[in-house]
Design a protein around this ligand. Structure first.
Ligand code: UD1
Length: 378
């Protein structure tokens, strides 16, 4: 059994990957500041993995109990804090130490990154520097990094191989490029580093149980969570950003992949890094299939028996017509390819959203008649 540390493991992709790693026998330690994740998400991961009761054992720590000791421990902490990172590493040092880190913690909203660039450089880049320093102190040299297809910018290349030029066009993308560069330098600086840079295309959907899924803060920036919130009545209608792109139906084409396929990709990357000699591995994770906004909308409607209102509006600045992965290297290097269809993505995403209309915060309606009555009467 391998003991792994997940930074940002209580967020969308981290929580699904946490479950996949527990199911393949790993012991998992998570550090997350809950800025875009929650202890509740990991409680549900513990439940899905059959780890027994999930308990808060101190102000900053939660764990799942199971016979033979906990296989999942969560620390509230910030990746920019060496103290917080050491706490997570030291808890694991007792039983043999962390053998690999999966680094999900980071900020990812393009518009926000343009308004608050320093925050993005601080969390995404300084956070990674602090993490690498902590890995040095604790003798860990294996890292899987959450990179992004955003690095390719607005390219016309279809599909996009890993060798395509990197030309990010916003601060969020610059920070991802900077971290890739930093990790390349680190890998070259000393023998023994095993690093995977995983460039995600568009991860969407949810675990098929409907117990865990994406729970964005505020108004979703991305298409799929927005679509889900329109379906649940939380948003009135979808705005389709541009109907005049040079694509089959005029709407933007993207490579959507099921988050459980992505989660399994992380497990494969870890296996490959640990089995092979030290290396720096750079891989696209996508399906290789492009779907337009309207295709996704229609598939969501057909799969779930719903009709969703939408209007076509102006293009969103910074968007490109088509972004589709060439995922052949991931298949060649680690035997990974997506297995789940667009219909499964839509089915599972809706299972999550319909069972959790307010995400993890509460499953209750925001205003119960009784509560409103009490307030008026007081
Ligand atoms: C976006 C970011 C990307 C980031 C990724 C994950 C931009 C330009 N790109 O990718 O850098 O890595 O999210 O956070 O912001 N769409 C609509 N209506 C909506 C939302 C989206 O029509 O309300 C369209 C977009 O124009 C696009 C497609 O849906 O054609 C997918 O958009 P989105 O889910 O935001 O993903 P990306 O733009 O690919």
């Amino acid at each position: 059994m391998t003991k792994v540390l997940l930074t940002g493991g209580a967020g969308f992709i981290g929580s699904h990957t946490c479950l996949a790693l527990l199911e393949s026998g790993h012991q998992v330690v998570v550090i997350d500041d809950f800025s875009n994740g929650s202890a509740e998400a990991l409680g549900r991961v513990a439940e899905l993995a059959g780890l027994g009761p999930w308990r808060q054992t101190s102000a900053e720590r939660w764990s799942g109990a199971e016979p033979g000791g906990s296989r999942l421990t969560l620390f509230r902490g910030d990746v920019r804090s060496s103290t917080d990172l050491d706490r997570a590493f030291e808890a694991a040092d007792l039983g043999g130490g962390i053998s690999a880190v999966l680094h999900f913690a980071g900020l990812k909203a393009v518009g926000e990154s343009m308004a608050q660039p320093l925050r993005y450089w601080d969390v995404n880049v300084t956070g990674t520097v602090r993490l690498l320093e902590a890995m040095g102190r604790h003798g860990c040299q294996t890292l899987v990094f959450s990179s992004s297809a955003t690095l390719y910018g607005t390219t016309d290349t279809v599909p996009i191989p890993e060798t395509a030029p990197l030309q990010p066009i916003n601060p969020y993308g610059y920070t991802k490029a900077a971290v890739e560069r930093m990790l390349t330098d680190v890998a070259a600086s000393a023998p023994g580093w095993r690093i995977a840079l995983l460039r995600y295309f568009n991860p969407v959907g949810a675990h098929p149980s409907g117990r865990i899924g994406e729970d964005p803060n505020g108004r979703p920036n991305n298409l799929f969570p927005f679509l889900c919130q329109v379906a649940s009545g939380r948003r009135q209608h979808l705005e389709v950003f541009g109907g005049d792109w040079p694509t089959g139906d005029g709407t933007g084409v993207r490579d959507y992949l099921h988050v459980m396929d992505l989660a399994e990709g992380h497990g494969r990357a870890l296996d490959v890094l640990q089995a092979e000699p030290p290396q720096l591995l750079t891989l696209n994770l996508g399906s290789g299939q492009g779907h337009s906004v309207l295709e996704l909308l229609r598939t969501f409607e057909t799969t779930n028996g719903l009709t969703l209102p939408y209007t076509v509006v102006e293009r969103r600045p910074g968007d490109s017509a088509v972004s589709v992965a060439d995922p052949s290297q991931a298949e060649r290097r680690m035997g990974w390819r997506t297995r789940r269809s667009l219909a499964e993505i839509c089915r599972d995403g809706w299972a999550w959203q319909s069972a959790n209309p307010q995400g993890y915060s509460t499953n209750k309606p925001q205003h119960t008649p009784e509560l409103i009555g009490t307030q008026h009467g007081s």
